[in-house]
Design a protein around this ligand. Sequence first.
Ligand SMILES: [Zn+2]
Length: 571
Amino acid sequence: MALPKDFEATMRKYALQNAAQFGGKANSGAVIGKILAENPALKPQIKDIAAAVSDVLKSVNRLSVEKQVEELARLAPELLEKKKAEKKDLPELKNAVMGQVVTRIPPEPSKYAHIGHALSFLINYMYAKKYNGKCFVRFEDTNPELSRKEFADAMLEDMKYLGIQPSKVAHISNDMPMLYDYAEKLIRQGNAFVCLCNQEKMRELRHEGFGCSCRSKDAKNNIGEWKSMLGKKYGAGDAVLRLKGDMQSPNHVMRDPVIFRISLAEHYLQGSKYCVWPLYDFANSVEDGVMGITHVMRSSEFGTMRIELQDKIKEMLKLPKQRVIQYGRFNVVGAVTQGRELRKLMEEGKVKSWDDPQLVTIKALRRRGIQPETYWELAIEVGLSPTETNFDWHLIAAVNRKILDPKCNRYFYVESPKQITVKGAQERKLELKLHPDLPDGGKRHFVAKDRFHVSKKDYDEVSKLKSGSLVRLMDCLNFQKPNGSFTFDSVEYERYRMNGSMIIQWLPADDPCLMNAKILMPDGSLSKGLAEAAAANIKVGEIVQFTRFGFCRLESRDEQAKELSFIYCHS
Ligand SMILES: [Zn+2]
């Protein structure tokens, strides 16, 4: 008994569905199972079916997942995976009172923020929003050697891009008199002392768990030396203020940590007004307390050692403590995020700017079309995960694609064009939508004759096909692989589709209005080619989808050369 007439299409749709669900490779058992479930009468023919399915799988598994989904959408859209509509949200905070949650975003303005910072900024901001509370941005700019206006400005711009609207923007360096008052309070209480030991000796004693002789000075002496520090009587490294902690504590952070040091470097906001600067834990503890921060959300990589120290400082100064919520740390796999490594790449000239497409700074990702909504979605993923989350570019692109897809216009682009003539093709006028799902969206028009540009890659692939194989110029016509010349084939689209032939991208070679296009790829190389005439209307900054190529963002245009310069976002 022969297999049913539409059997080819049945096999193909289930093969595509299974492949698309499982990373591009369909499993023959699963596909046969589906076919038999739909048509149990075929069971006696399972041997023929298995052989036929195996052939179909060979052709389907060769396609990329994107192509599989694309074909499935045409062949059997009902089999496409349904997106779950459920909206994820951050987990609830225990004992949080509506309207009374205050969080903070505490960046050090010493680098360009990357995606890791963005997610941590957002988690703090989203919690404040969730409880109708406040979120402060507080620049931790008490390291005058590293803090720069350029970085602070860039971070504020990034936050604006991400959709963060802080209730207030503060700079710790503006609070120096207050921080000095708290330091003096600690000294008077006998909780802090000025240490004049050299660094090496200090390190040694801390390691061994012994206090230095400076520890036993009385408060009056310490106040005198503290004033001398403030009065620039000591040079950098000659004197520090240390907290009287516990020299025997197994937590080394607690062993009389330094809380103020001398730096004579010029500060980008304060100039040379101050030479004594607080260290991170002290400044942080005081500011959190004074600003009335209720909740601190931080990555678990921060550890608990410093929390003990910060709590100690708050106790000594009778400042309120915050509820600390730790989320799992997250890594961006394969990306350079360490400031030190970034600076090295920059010095070696491997990376030219902070928005270089090889980086994952917010600036670079913005250039590559990563949308603010994508960060919000990823932040919820991280906020929900108590364990480590690994992001790779693939995941970031997948989230972003969902956001771009419904709103980006489609255009044709042909990379490294080669010209072909399809013998026997009649002139045809085509009207295509700028976006397939927007009924009221704009249209593009093509007049296709018999000469076409196709990409070198497609051309080479067609050359490998058996002579006489069918090839489709997408949305236009079918032709047969040359037997000497490319020959028009009038086979109707339906039959062509079942055949599973190649679909390739094209442009009319006789169109005088084609645009030159170059696309900066993530590895720094340039893709050069031609874009359709309607691409002249793309605005600088706009993201479009070049069909069968990927999402690209227009960076600049050269009207005279009719040339458009894009950056590649993702597939
Ligand atoms: Zn000492």
